[in-house]
Design a protein around this ligand. Structure first.
Ligand code: ADP
Length: 365
């Protein structure tokens, strides 16, 4: 495998091995690996966790369960510490990108991030991305940096995603709790069986465990991005990667790449509601590649605005058949559901679009 542009995600266990403040213990070897990649003309975008752990000892807190303001204050002060910790190991500048799910789901902000990243790379700067934990509320969060790294890999059109953790790769069960766990070197397809192997983490400062890493791999490989889960505590792993070997778990990239917009709809956008379709609409949307028109809608649930993502549901089987961007708000849709297209303007007083969900804005599930 020849790498051109890679995204490297570094887990909190590597930033803060003692759960309290930043450490260079593992970061030094990772930074050295990044420098070697750059010398080999491989562009690197770093996604770094650990701001809360890095700032934990600087904010007074009583209980082990942290309040949201305490956590966000730790993230705020810890982000500086974490960036300074990285910067000391590079002789080129690092830059900081703090993003939330809200930034990724907005097409214009998404494009801004994409352009900023390529400008930084073109100027030999190392971009370091993290979720903006200081402002993000739960509903605005990607939630974990594994999935964030996959979204960054998609957006930056990277060819590979390296998820560095404190474990050699994916095992058939959690190796921290099962002595007989066996590591899997290569995963060609991410099935339910693969998800069933993934357990939680027993690290109190980590969020994801193996499940979010597999979700991230699934997002990436579907867009043709090869994904590795690697042990970032072992510097030999980096030598092996540079020598073209696979020292961890490799997820093979899918050759049938989905187009980027559909991928964004499927994975980046959160669904705000459901539209129930009659059998005629299910048939044309599912099998004939048609857009959804108001006449095929029997019911609507949820509250959404024009431009939000929604799910299309078969009202008979209740199965989700597709996800797409709706051209109408739930309020307007309630007034035109079941009606013919030519009645839209008379009922609403305006006529934004013939289609409720255009085919180009829809991904089948
Ligand atoms: P990070 O902070 O690096 O993102 P996490 O602690 O969230 O890492 O996730 C890694 C942990 O996931 C491992 O240390 C291990 O305890 C746990 N884990 C659960 N199931 C598995 C599995 N099947 N294979 C490997 N690790 C697993």
């Amino acid at each position: 495998m020849k790498f051109n542009r890679i995204v490297i995600k570094v887990g909190s266990a590597l930033i803060s091995p003692d759960n309290n403040g930043c450490s260079g213990k593992y970061i030094k070897a990772i930074a050295h690996f990044i420098t070697q990649c750059r010398k080999a003309n491989i562009e690197v975008i770093l996604v770094s966790s650990g701001s809360v752990a890095a700032g934990r000892h600087l904010i007074k807190h009583g209980s082990p369960t942290l309040s949201i303001p305490a956590k966000q204050a730790m993230a705020s002060v810890g982000q500086m510490q974490m960036m300074a910790n990285w910067q000391q190991f590079f002789d080129v500048p690092c830059s900081q990108l703090l993003i939330t799910h809200g930034d990724l789901k907005d097409r214009e902000r998404y494009t801004n991030i994409k352009n900023t990243l390529s400008t930084l790379l073109a100027n030999n700067i190392i971009p370091i991305v993290n979720e903006n934990d200081t402002v993000a509320t739960e509903e605005l969060k990607v939630g974990d940096n594994d999935n964030l790294a996959a979204l960054v890999a998609l957006l930056s059109e990277a060819d590979s995603l390296f998820i560095l953790s404190d474990i050699n790769g994916v095992y058939n069960k959690n190796p921290k709790t099962h002595d007989d766990a066996v590591m899997i070197n290569e995963i060609a397809e991410i099935t339910n069986d693969v998800y069933a192997m993934a357990g939680a983490t027993n690290n109190p400062i980590a969020t994801g465990g193996m499940k979010t890493k597999i979700q991230a791999a699934e997002k990436a490989v579907e867009s043709g991005i090869e994904t590795y889960i690697l042990n970032g505590t072992n510097s030999q792993v980096f030598e092996k990667i540079l020598a073209g070997e696979n020292p961890g778990t490799r997820f093979l990239a899918n050759k049938n790449i989905n187009n980027a917009k559909k991928h964004w709809i499927k994975y980046t956008l959160k669904s705000h509601g459901k539209i129930m379709l009659d059998s005629g609409a299910v048939n044309v949307v599912k099998f004939k590649g048609a857009s959804l028109l108001p006449s095929g809608i029997v019911d609507i649930t949820g509250e959404f605005l024009a431009g939000d993502a929604i799910e299309l549901i078969d009202s008979t089987t209740k199965n989700v058949i597709a996800k797409g961007i709706c051209q109408y708000s739930h309020r307007d849709l309630a007034r035109i559901k079941g009606k013919n297209t030519e009645d839209i303007e008379r009922i609403l007083g305006f006529y934004p679009s013939t289609e409720v969900v255009h085919r180009d804005d829809m991904v089948m599930l």
